[in-house]
Design a protein around this ligand. Structure first.
Ligand SMILES: [Fe+2]
Ligand SMILES: [Fe+2]
Length: 393
């Protein structure tokens, strides 16, 4: 019998009855796989620890990626060697096919989990532009382009708001500018979504909705910057944002791209836009200033529509990608955080600024929990129809 060339997986994998030399090599392979697994587990542990200490750092995301790549390398070798072994000992195409499906599911679930982790490492008010999980925002620079008083917003503030001291008005204005920055970044995120949808051949309704949502976000950003200016008199605007043009693109492999888009739309669209809609709707009712309340009511209605559009994208990806997308979505569910970590100013945290339209921590926690439960229920239902029983959560 011909001996395989040294160094190949044919040599490394030892089927039953193999020579002692091949067994030794197989033992070495198992040891190497175990080491890779250990490195990967430690890497994930360190990444979580760093994330708790420095939630705004990009280091945890990088560690997650490196750990995932390590485990993927080990898993890839192991699965390949196993597949070769099945072929040698049984020669059944069915066994290979089963292994292939299992490997695809594992990969897709890992992909969903990692993407969800990267997407949920910071609080977001909807779709955002990210690099290694960190949300990217434009700097705030002097200028009035995004805060011109227009007929779009009646920002005649109530006497109680006008009577606030200068420090409080400046602090509130700073928070509204932060909100404005996230709304501004959402414009780029929806433009990215448009490109992704067109690249994947999505129907005109989805592409149109993404464009309409981007226009809504322009208006939200203008409203936020205009309100901030009304509060502290400072004309400031979002500056150049070159990162928007370098936003992450989808994989070239269609099945993976569909899974990525589905998970993105689930987390950023269905979940985060949904949380935003719930929070802002409640703020509109709690806000004591009629002008700010009217603005919040309008934004809440828009965000609710954006969340529904997020679900539309998820469903389309499921229709197109089937079981693989279902696996990615179920994987994403497993890593959704149970709470959001919103970087709120101390004054707002206790809810004292809700009368001015800035949420407190309790409101955010309550609405996130409700939106998350809804997402888990709906995804389990949607993906369960496409996923095989072994994958369903
Ligand atoms: Fe928005
Ligand atoms: Fe939105």
């Amino acid at each position: 019998m011909d001996q395989p060339a040294p160094g190949t997986l044919d040599v490394l994998y030892a089927p039953p009855g193999a020579s002692p030399a091949r067994s030794d090599i197989a033992k070495g392979l198992r040891r190497r796989a175990a080491k890779l697994l250990l490195v990967s587990v430690v890497g994930f542990g360190v990444a979580f620890a760093v994330m708790l200490v420095a939630p705004s750092s990009s280091i945890p995301a990088l560690l997650f990626v490196l750990s995932a790549l390590t485990s993927a390398t080990g898993a890839g070798h192991a699965l390949y060697a196993l597949a070769k072994g099945v072929t040698v000992s049984a020669g059944t195409g069915a066994a290979l096919s089963a292994l292939g499906i299992a490997a695809t599911n594992v990969f897709m679930m890992a992909l969903g989990a990692i993407t969800a982790l990267l997407s949920t490492m910071s609080f977001t008010r909807g779709r955002q532009i990210r690099a290694f999980g960190r949300i990217l925002l434009a700097p705030v620079v002097p200028g009035s382009a995004w805060s011109e008083p227009t007929t779009k917003a009646d920002l005649a503030l109530a006497p109680a708001t006008e009577a606030l001291d200068a420090d409080t008005r400046a602090a509130l204005a700073a928070q509204w500018r932060e909100n404005g920055r996230t709304e501004h970044a959402s414009v780029a995120a929806f433009a990215r979504l448009t490109l992704d949808l067109v690249a994947l051949g999505a129907p005109p309704e989805l592409v149109g909705a993404a464009n309409q949502d981007a226009l809504d976000e322009i208006r939200h950003a203008e409203l936020c910057f205009a309100l901030a200016r009304r509060l502290d008199g400072v004309a400031a605007r979002p500056g150049a944002f070159p990162a928007a043009a370098r936003a992450r693109t989808l994989s070239r492999m269609r099945s993976i791209a569909l899974a990525e888009l589905a998970v993105d739309s689930l987390v950023d669209g269905a979940l985060h836009e949904g949380v935003s809609a719930r929070v802002v709707a409640k703020l509109a009712r709690r806000c004591a200033d009629p002008a700010i309340a009217a603005m919040l009511k309008e934004i809440a209605a828009d965000e609710g529509r954006h969340a529904r559009h997020g679900w539309d994208v998820v469903r389309w990806c499921l229709d197109e990608g089937g079981v693989a997308v279902a696996g990615a979505l179920l994987g994403a569910l497993r890593t959704l955080p149970t709470a959001m970590r919103s970087p709120l100013p101390e004054e707002a945290r206790a809810g004292g600024w809700e009368r001015f339209g800035i949420m407190g921590a309790a409101l955010e926690a309550e609405e996130y929990e409700a939106a998350r439960a809804d997402v888990v229920r709906r995804v389990t239902e949607l993906a369960g129809r496409a996923a095989p029983p072994s994958v369903a959560a």
